[in-house]
Design a protein around this ligand. Sequence first.
Ligand code: URA
Length: 241
Amino acid sequence: MERLQKVIANSGYTSRRKAEELIIKGKVSVNGQIVNELGTKVSEKDIIVVEGVTINKAIRKVYYLLNKPSGYICSVSDDKNRKVVTELIDTSERIYPVGRLDYDTTGLLLLTNDGDFANILMHPSNEVEKTYLAIVEGILSPDELYALKAGVVIDGVKVIPKKIKLKSKDVEKNKQKVLITIVEGRNHIVKKIFESIGHPVNKLHRLKYAFLDVKGLQSGDYRCLTVSEVNKLKALKKGIN
Ligand code: URA
């Protein structure tokens, strides 16, 4: 059972404060009876009509794009008391991350309370592209780059990057920046890819997720996705999955 004004607000019909006003004004009925007491609790089965409109009790869907800082885990809670990414977003909705970035990985992370949306983006058959900037140990040789482009086998499954580009190298520090775009979403996949060719990742940052990027967002900052971005992401669903 939930408070009537909360259920109305969660439906996206109006804010909780406005919902309270409407209740007091006698504009809300529950199962055909006008209810003008704020404490009223309702259940899933109750039919709520506000100003003549039957409200959809489905939760208000929210979508955030976060520039994840290092030192946060992609979870809603942690038994080891580490910081979790949901702490960075000021919302009363029960949001969760779409997929994972490691504790030390930074960059673009989506969070939502829309399970269908999250499933579309995480389903392997939808092949959503993710682009990472990796700083790896050592300088990649032409043969290693060729091997990467041809695909490496990680935990028994071949991964062929969609794109791979060598960026600047620091010969003195023996490190190289590499841009890599993949569709796989398995845990630690980028680190495993570079590990498999003998170049462990020192730093990893996700620059892009599908057509989205983190430009203009400082580390730890976030914004809401626009309706058109949400619709474009939902349209990445291919066939039945
Ligand atoms: N691949 C990794 O290895 N780590 C991440 O955080 C994301 C992709």
